[in-house]
Design a protein around this ligand. Structure first.
Ligand SMILES: Cc1cc2nc3c(=O)[nH]c(=O)nc-3n(C[C@H](O)[C@H](O)[C@H](O)COP(=O)(O)O)c2cc1C
Length: 200
């Protein structure tokens, strides 16, 4: 089992989403002697925004790409390659202003490639990346799993939609939530970790 851990919080070991992602991985590894883990920290190795040259490159057949276009597509190719290599992808996603951090959005933007991660057919778009198990480790200052704020969580719907568009529909969501709420923050991590029991 090859596990890919996508980290998008810049807060290193203080990060709740990194801690939660690591706890998910620990559970998976404890059940799979042959598991290996690749860590992709998107703040240490950020992916650039999509440029005109990147789009041109995406839209040009590999054999027809110019040197600049070949260069522009390199990071997308390696990002996709790393994803395709993995069986399980654990994605740490802190909530930033109701959505995901820009570095994580850039990761998605580099994965979205017509003909590689999805394809347009006569019946509409189909995803081309299959057989992956995804775990989301979402961290939020407030509570978004239920109640009034549920409709304001754009992380879970966005990631499920994007990953599903690429064919990855087996998504399990774990949350550490309420880390900015005085009455909840003390126990937020403990409660999140207890919910990982479903992986036992
Ligand atoms: C720039 C920024 C924006 C944030 N926006 C929100 C938000 O819109 N809603 C929310 O509930 N929490 C928000 N938070 C709180 C984070 O989601 C929370 O602290 C989370 O634990 C951060 O993940 P991390 O601990 O892995 O870094 C924000 C935090 C930062 C730094």
């Amino acid at each position: 089992m090859k596990i890919l851990h996508i980290i998008s919080s810049p807060r290193a070991q203080a990060s709740f989403t990194i801690q939660l992602g690591e706890a998910i991985i620990k559970k998976l590894v404890s059940k799979n002697n042959n598991a290996s883990v690749v860590i992709r920290n998107l703040n240490i190795d950020p992916l650039p925004y999509i440029l005109d040259s990147t789009i041109e490159s995406f839209n040009t057949q590999p054999e027809n790409r110019s040197a600049a276009q070949l260069e522009a597509v390199k990071l997308s190719d390696s990002t996709l390659g790393e994803l395709i290599e993995a069986d399980v992808i654990v994605i740490g996603a802190p909530m930033y202003n109701f959505g995901i951090p820009a570095v994580l959005k850039s990761w998605i933007d580099h994965l979205a490639r017509a003909g590689v991660s999805f394809s347009y057919t006569a019946d509409g778009p189909v995803g081309l990346i299959h057989g992956k198990k995804i775990f989301l480790a979402i961290g939020t200052g407030g509570v978004y799993s239920e109640g009034d704020y549920k409709a304001l969580d754009f992380i879970e719907p966005y990631l499920k939609t994007s990953l599903g568009f690429f064919g990855m529909t087996d998504v399990t969501v774990f949350r550490v939530e309420g880390v900015s709420v005085s009455s909840l923050k003390e126990n937020a991590m403990q409660i999140a970790l207890e919910k990982l029991n479903v992986l036992d």
